[in-house]
Ligand binder design. Structure first.
Ligand code: F6R
Length: 615
């Protein structure tokens, strides 16, 4: 969480940093701040609230000149969101200034030591302790800024992506990374730093992604010197060419990123299987799987680890893998798994699912699995992310940047990718017949068109949203493959409209939740033709006789449920295993329209951030 941006070069730094912060606001939006060096001194302005609030404030407060600067958008961890706790933070002398994404866990003991040495603190943040530790080392050891950062970070327990500059050395920025992402954009005689590459996309396509425990001294008009924080050894920079373009990170005429990303799903799903699914030849080609086929085939168990929406994708994958590959599967919340002393065997395969590839708990879970000898396969969207790099092998979903905080296309592309992997393994293991395999490939290829058809219910869903937008509670029910979709639908509604919602396996209803049902309770039921259709029709009847209001997601042409439900939303017919890719769409749209009607901030819901880099 938190977004950091920096610039050093020949242009005015302020507009680059301000726009960069706007692009990184998905990472946190409790407060924002910028520090610039104007040729003589540091000019700093910060405020509680969003980057727009900072923009309104900053120009009346400081001069925004200068070709060196750093900026921060915060998701609060230590200290409430207020002006004082906002970043950047000064050192006591006022000479050094820092931005930080992460958490310093041993801040208390460091603070005590610094207080003994005469330092004082104005904020409640761990970051202010870090900048004073750096200052203390610099003065005590009489070393340059880079060395001071290195010595200080060797005393720190926790996670960080930091950028620091010194007003007496205004020709360099020092950055370092452990656990939080940090990219350096290499321009023509200029350098950019950011939590991801989006802030500098229009200036350069060349970037270095720092690895954990690396730091860099970025020198104006000169070079980037990368060193290992622990042993000071020099690292050869690996400059990558970025594949993203500006269009992908803009709203493109939609009111919100979330809506754009919902409507991008037909192409995002296609991008996930492009070049991998060759239906004519009846082949699935994925290097990460092929190269490690032995590990997969010898696996006695597959364990999915993930959080939130990605965990829901893992649940869908559990049904798919058990069905197709006939292998025992467990789906674990990464946050529970990592602290539970789980039984992990050497021939377990752990599949980590993460859109951002930066989720702290998922990252820790895969480190734990690796330490026990398990093979870790990463399913990530963000190329070059920490989870992608930490995994033994993996595959990207290629969904393109997901900027809306609520995950949409990440979920359907994760399911698409996991379906491809399951089909490939099933073929290799012989647990699927060749005709059934071909059928699955053909059906999967038709999904993008079917998602397009499902998106056509947008207006109908808007009308339904208008009827139910003011209710305080929702229930979501589904069975089999669509039980995780019910969980996902409920999560989407909760997180962007702040309406309480719960997802349940439909048959569990009579073990408790049925007591909640009365004429005021809307119940979204996924009742597609394939699967446990008759059973779910019985569940719908049980709801109906208790006067619950039913919004049913049905297969095109359904007549039975139509007679029972208050509203039906149709999706095209497909194989049962692929229905989650279609039934998810109306649930995303329902939550989106309710949130818009309630005037909530759809792309930046309260208290949330896009990538959860704290545990
Ligand atoms: C919900 C949502 C979160 C994320 C979760 C994991 O809409 O976005 O629940 O799914 O924080 O994030 P990743 O997939 O980046 O690991």
């Amino acid at each position: 969480m938190c977004g950091i941006v920096g610039y050093i070069g020949h242009r005015e730094a302020y507009p680059i940093i301000l726009n960069g912060l706007k692009r990184l606001e998905y990472r946190g939006y409790d407060s924002a701040g910028i520090a610039l060096f104007d040729g003589e001194d540091i000019k700093l302005s910060k405020t509680k609230g969003k980057v727009n609030d900072l923009e309104t404030k900053i120009e009346s407060e400081i001069s925004t000149n200068g070709t060196l600067g750093i900026g921060h958008t915060r998701w609060a961890t230590h200290g409430i969101p207020n002006d004082v706790n906002s970043h950047p933070h000064y050192s006591n002398s006022g000479n050094l200034v820092i931005i930080h994404n992460g958490i310093i866990e041993n801040y208390e003991s460091l603070k005590k030591e610094l207080i003994k040495r005469g330092y004082s603190f104005t904020s409640d943040t761990d970051t202010e302790i870090l900048i004073n530790l750096i200052e203390d080392v610099k003065l005590k050891e009489n070393v340059k800024l880079g060395k001071a950062v290195q010595i200080a970070l060797n005393q720190v327990v926790g996670a960080y992506a930091v950028a620091v500059f010194d007003k007496d050395k205004p020709n360099e920025i020092v950055v370092a990374k452990l656990g939080s992402p940090l990219a350096i954009g290499i321009g023509d005689n200029e350098f950019f730093i950011a939590s991801d590459a989006t802030p500098f996309l229009e200036y350069t396509k060349n970037a270095i992604y720092l690895e954990d425990e690396e730091m860099a001294i970025i020198r104006r008009h000169k070079d980037v010197e990368i060193r290992k924080i622990k042993d000071d050894s020099l690292v050869n920079p690996y400059v990558q060419e970025l594949q993203m373009n500006l269009e992908q990170i803009e709203k493109g005429g939609y009111d919100h990123f979330m809506l754009k990303e919902i409507f991008e799903q037909p192409s995002a799903i296609k991008d996930t299987y492009r070049g991998r699914l060759l239906s004519k030849e009846a082949i699935i080609k994925m290097a990460g799987v092929e190269d490690n086929m032995k590990r997969f085939l010898n696996a006695e168990r597959i364990i999915f680890v993930a959080c939130g929406t990605s965990w829901h994708a893992g649940l869908v994958a559990e049904y798919i893998f058990e069905d197709l590959v006939r292998i025992p599967v467990e789906v674990e919340y990464a946050s529970e798994f990592r602290y539970r002393n789980p039984v992990i065997k050497e021939n377990d395969v752990v599949i980590a699912i993460s859109q951002s590839g930066e989720t702290a708990d998922t990252l820790a879970a895969i480190k734990l699995a690796k330490s026990k000898g398990a093979f870790v396969f990463g399913v990530c969207n963000v190329v070059g992310s920490s989870i992608a790099r930490e995994s033994d092998a993996g595959a990207y979903t290629h969904a393109g940047p997901e900027i809306g905080v609520a995950s949409t296309k990440a979920f359907t592309t994760q399911i698409t990718l996991l379906t491809l992997i399951a089909l490939r393994l099933a073929r290799a293991k012989g647990t699927i017949s060749s005709s059934n395999y071909r059928l699955h490939l053909l059906e999967l290829e038709m999904i993008p068109e079917k998602v397009k058809a499902a998106l056509k219910s947008d207006n109908l869903i808007k009308k339904i949203a208008d009827i139910y937008k003011d209710v305080p509670n929702f229930l979501y029910l589904g069975r089999g493959y669509n039980f995780p979709v019910a969980l996902e639908g409920a999560l989407k509604l909760k997180e962007i409209s702040y309406i309480h919602a719960e997802g349940y396996p439909a048959a569990e209803m009579k073990h408790g939740p049925i007591a909640l049902i009365d004429e005021n309770m809307p119940i979204v039921v996924i009742a597609t033709k394939k699967g446990h259709y008759d059973k779910i029709v019985s569940n719908i009847q049980e709801i109906k006789s208790r006067k619950g209001r039913i919004i049913a997601i049905v297969t095109e042409g359904d007549t039975t449920v139509k007679e029972l439900a208050d509203h039906v939303i149709e999706v095209p017919e497909t194989l049962e295993l692929l229905t989650p890719l279609l039934t998810t769409i109306p649930l995303q749209l329902l939550s989106y329209h309710i949130a818009v009607m309630l005037e909530k901030n759809v792309d930046q819901p309260r208290n949330l951030a896009k990538s959860v880099t704290v545990e």
